[in-house]
Design a protein around this ligand. Structure first.
Ligand code: BGC
Length: 384
């Protein structure tokens, strides 16, 4: 007969063992995770200013070991993501600003934002749907980028803490006609910090008129935690045999090109290894292999000097790998006055393919009344 105590201990060991073999498939040396499988979480709030008459608050979800996720009700902006390195040293792995004014500056390149109604580009800022032509707000060489001039990243979201204090639900009502998009759309996004150092994002939405919809998060990662000025030595793997070929304005040609040479990340390699052979740097949507709407591991980012590792899991068919090509060192009030120069951070934006509303060959992005949009993406942190 196995005593209840022995059985409990066995279960604990089993759960702990499972934690060790997931993620980057390496031993997780974070004692925070090792010691407590169910750490107590808390959520704190800090007022950081006002925007167009609304109070802006920074919310921080944290566990007792200092692992933390901070975000704003402005744009659902992720402002801090604090995770341990292989020595247990905590560090902030996302780019951001020290004050609200930083996030409000005109050339803020979507640091940490929720991007919508349509992440990435829609050619000529127009599309046809059910016999109507819709004209969108153009903000990028005559195209529409990341939802237009005032996308979801610049909106105020309602925030509700969820039970257990490890999750918060952000909601936003996007009106019919906003930035040219049809339909009243109700969007909700749940941010969760899990006991095994994952940042989980669950999006859902419903509409009263057919609309294109493509939501993502636009965090810029640099796993050095402020030590390295570029991400060129970070090693990246992306599980994709193809990418959506683009023209000089980054609009898809419709062709799915095979990854070759510098575009091939099927085996992990340094981001900087062949970046010089890619005009302008990486800014491409990878066509993820075998995606069928089920959450799966699609990419891994690793920074060898401190052992931080980040897996990306998603339900989405595409992953925009953007190597921070347009960062030019001119942003002000950056965290600790860091100079965010070219390649200072990189984005791994889980999404549908760019310009899908104009590309019949791409997976469908039209949400219709009566249907619910849902997507889940997880950024999972471990060390090796
Ligand atoms: C796009 C880039 C764009 C950047 C804006 C990325 O998602 O792919 O082309 O410049 O967002 O910060």
């Amino acid at each position: 007969m196995i005593s209840k105590q022995t059985a409990n201990n066995f279960m604990r060991l089993l759960v702990f063992g499972l934690l060790l073999v997931t993620g980057c498939k390496q031993k997780n040396k974070n004692t925070a995770v090792v010691k407590s499988i169910e750490p107590e979480f808390s959520i704190s709030e800090r007022p950081i200013g006002t925007y167009q008459g609304s109070r802006i608050t920074e919310y921080t979800i944290s566990n007792p070991y200092g692992v933390a996720l901070s975000f704003l009700n402005y744009g659902g902006t992720v402002t801090k993501l604090i995770v341990p390195d292989r020595n247990g040293q905590l560090g902030d792995v996302v780019l951001g600003f020290d004050s609200l004014s930083g996030y409000l500056q005109e050339n803020n390149p979507y640091f940490g934002s929720i991007v919508g109604r349509y992440a990435n580009r829609i050619a000529h800022a127009r599309f046809q749907l059910d016999g109507h032509i819709y004209e969108l707000a153009a903000n990028n060489n005559g195209n529409s980028l990341h939802g237009g001039i005032k996308g979801f990243d610049k909106m105020i979201w309602e925030v509700e803490r969820l039970k257990g204090d490890s999750s918060a639900k952000l909601t936003y009502h996007s009106k019919d006609g906003e930035e040219g998009y049809p339909g009243n759309l109700d969007v909700s996004v749940i941010y969760t910090l899990t006991a095994n150092n994952e940042f989980r994002i669950e999006y859902s939405a419903v509409t009263d008129k057919a609309t294109p919809l493509n939501l993502t998060n636009h965090s810029y990662f640099n796993l050095s935690g402020g030590e390295a000025t570029t991400i060129l030595s970070h090693e990246l793997r992306i599980d994709a045999d193809k990418f959506t070929e683009v023209d000089t304005l980054l609009i898809p040609t419709g062709n799915l090109a095979e990854v070759k040479g510098p575009m091939d990340f099927r085996n992990s390699k340094a981001v900087g290894k062949e970046i010089d052979q890619v005009r302008g740097g990486y800014d491409h949507n990878y066509v993820l292999n075998d995606q069928n709407g089920v959450l799966r591991n699609v990419a891994t980012l690793y920074y060898a000097p401190n052992g931080r590792c980040m897996d990306v899991l998603t339900t989405e068919p595409g992953l925009q790998f953007y190597s921070g090509n347009f960062l030019d060192g001119t942003l002000t009030t950056t965290k600790k006055s860091q100079k965010y120069s070219m390649h200072g951070g990189l984005c791994l934006e889980a999404q549908h393919f760019p310009d899908s509303p104009n590309q019949p060959g791409f997976p469908n992005t039209i949400l219709r009344p009566g249907k619910t949009y849902s997507q889940t993406t997880v950024y999972a942190f471990t060390v090796k």
